[in-house]
Write a protein that binds this ligand. Structure first.
Ligand code: HEM
Length: 543
């Protein structure tokens, strides 16, 4: 009892005060600009992300800090943020090692697993505001449990070997080869829309597009579609599950342990406590069974042909046949890998398609121009041309780019750690080992590079002199950039082309809340009352 009183009344408060003083005056990042409260404690971010209003509000506070303090600020005790579109390639580098920062890695890719590495700050005697984050030897030296995954893998070297066998499956060529499979899934969506048209039903597009994306990821990962689009209302439970889990992202970032403990409970109890997480963990069990059956094939020596003649050969067969050590081919790790594809490849794709429909259906002239082009590229609405033909159709490509730009579907700061390199920004030396972040939103909506940035203007991509492509960073860049970029572009291009070539839609009960970003939950969060883009299918175009 005495020791408890000693701890609560004296030791803990003394420790808190000492930590505060250290962070504000003696911490290696103490000289960087920003609010004192943000530098003193992560509770500042917690307040904006988990308590204020609808949550996810720290992104706006960070914006205000930039306005007040300039392009480089200290946003949490350990993290520096830079807002400068030209600095992009330095941070999200392809040539220098970059580790992921634990709390963000878990929020984005490993909400259900992972480990936060300690940040080690060590002063150098050279300059008053420089520090080193651990020795080069320490870099990435977290004892990564086998269940971590490429998306959330923190050390650069481990990430590199995990990603290597996946890369060929997401090349432009590999994606083009899978076009017929993606088209089959889009046909499922078209069949569902036809039914809605006949019944004169209103269609909520977000669940439909989420199920499109989940069916594609399943097809890509396991050689068969989950069939979510074939079920009533396009299986809205998957959209609810992903959205529900995204809602927890700001909290997970602050307290990743919560989800890890929740995960240890029996599934029926999780379903009771958090139905959406329960659904996702149920899906995880399906993924685990699929992975187990692939591993069994290799245990029994029954291997699918490598020459591409087997449609069943998937990403996970390639991983099993790769040089990765056995510890990387366990059921648990590969299940996490598959689970990460679902998290990474669904919400983002859904948001982009939801926005494409909103902007096109509220811009009749732009839609008419797109339809004219589609009528030429796709004379028979039932027959989709090869992807390269659609990509060559200038206006469709411009629509896809502009939608990716304006949607800003990933709103989170994405900090990376240069483990051995001192980053430089203006007069500032950022010590090796410091998490440094940028955000895509301020790049994609930069008025200097995209005049009138909140206006949907596909034409801005058609003026060759403007060359805004290098600032189009919705997929991030560098070694940690999106693995599924080519697949996402294919899905979005094919879906826009096929749906608008085949059907005529009218918005129903939809306003700007269908697309306006109000919160950050890793992925962009809309107003809580928003039901996204809703349409009626008016008619089907014949060939
Ligand atoms: C419009 C659609 C998409 C957007 C805007 C998008 C955006 C991003 C971004 C910004 C990252 C970096 C995240 C970070 O640094 O934490 C990322 C990573 C990733 N994305 Fe996507 N993504 C999209 C679609 C997809 C699809 C369809 C897949 C397919 C499965 C996918 C798979 C991945 C994976 C596996 C990573 C982790 C890469 C790594 O760490 O090596 N994404 N994505």
């Amino acid at each position: 009892m005495f020791s408890f009183l000693l701890y609560t009344l004296f030791l803990w408060p003394s420790y808190a005060v000492a930590l505060l003083v250290y962070r504000l005056y003696f911490h290696p990042l103490a000289a960087f600009p920003g609010r004192k409260l943000a530098a003193a404690t992560r509770w500042y971010e917690f307040y904006f992300d988990c308590i204020k209003g609808d949550g996810g509000q720290y992104m706006w506070e960070v914006e205000r800090m930039h306005e007040e303090y300039g392009p480089i600020i200290r946003v949490t005790p350990n993290e520096i943020k830079i807002k400068d579109i030209e600095y992009y390639d330095s941070l999200y580098s392809t040539s220098q090692p970059r580790d992921k920062y634990g709390p963000s890695a878990k929020m984005s890719g490993t909400p259900l697993s992972g480990k936060h590495p300690p940040i080690k700050h060590r002063r150098t005697p050279v300059c008053s505001h420089t520090h080193r984050g651990g020795t080069p030897q320490d870099a990435g030296k977290t004892d990564t449990p086998s269940h971590e995954i490429a998306f959330g893998t923190e050390p650069h070297a481990l990430h590199k070997i995990r990603r290597a066998p996946l890369n060929p499956f997401f090349s432009k060529r590999a994606v083009a080869a899978l076009q017929p499979r993606i088209e089959e899934i889009i046909d499922d969506l078209c069949n569902g829309l036809r039914g809605c048209m006949q019944r004169n039903e209103v269609v909520e597009l977000r669940p439909a597009f989420l199920s499109l994306a989940i069916d594609v990821v399943f097809r890509y990962s396991f050689g068969y579609s989950l069939g979510a689009l074939k079920k009533p209302d396009f299986s809205p439970q998957w959209n609810d599950a992903i959205e529900g889990t995204a809602e927890a992202a700001p909290l997970t970032k602050q307290m990743s342990g919560i989800v890890q403990y929740l995960q240890k409970l029996p599934l029926p109890i999780i379903r009771f406590l958090h139905p959406n997480l329960g659904r996702l963990l149920g899906l995880r069990q399906v993924l685990r069974q699929q992975i187990a059956s692939i591993i069994r094939l290799y245990d029994n020596g029954v291997l699918p042909a490598k020459d591409g003649s087997s449609s069943e050969r998937t990403i996970f067969h390639a991983v099993m046949e790769s040089d990765l050590p056995a510890s990387e081919k366990t059921e648990e790790r590969l299940t996490d890998e598959a689970f990460a594809f679902i998290g990474a490849g669904t919400e983002t794709t859904k948001q982009t398609l939801n926005a494409a429909f909103y902007y096109l259906l509220t811009s009749p002239e732009k839609l008419a121009r797109l339809r004219e082009e589609l009528a030429r590229a796709m004379p028979d609405p039932a027959v989709c041309p090869p992807l390269h033909v659609l990509e060559g159709a200038g206006y469709l490509s411009a629509v896809v780019k502009e939608t990716l730009r304006i949607t800003t579907s990933v709103t989170s700061r994405l900090p990376l750690v240069a483990p051995t390199q001192e980053l430089k920004y203006g007069r500032w030396n950022i010590p090796a080992g410091t998490p440094v972040s940028m955000d895509f939103r301020s790049t994609l909506l930069s008025p200097a590079h995209f005049p009138d940035p909140l206006t949907f203007a596909p034409d801005r991509w058609l003026v060759p002199a403007d060359k805004p492509d290098r600032y189009l960073v919705p997929f991030s860049r560098g070694t940690r950039g999106c693995l599924g970029q080519n697949l996402a572009l294919a899905e979005i291009t094919l879906a826009i082309a096929c749906l608008f070539r085949r059907f005529d839609f009218a918005l129903h009960g939809t306003d700007a809340r269908a697309v306006n970003v109000t919160r950050d939950r890793f992925a962009a969060g809309l107003d809580r009352g928003s039901r996204g883009t809703r349409v009626r299918v008016l008619r089907e175009f014949a060939g």
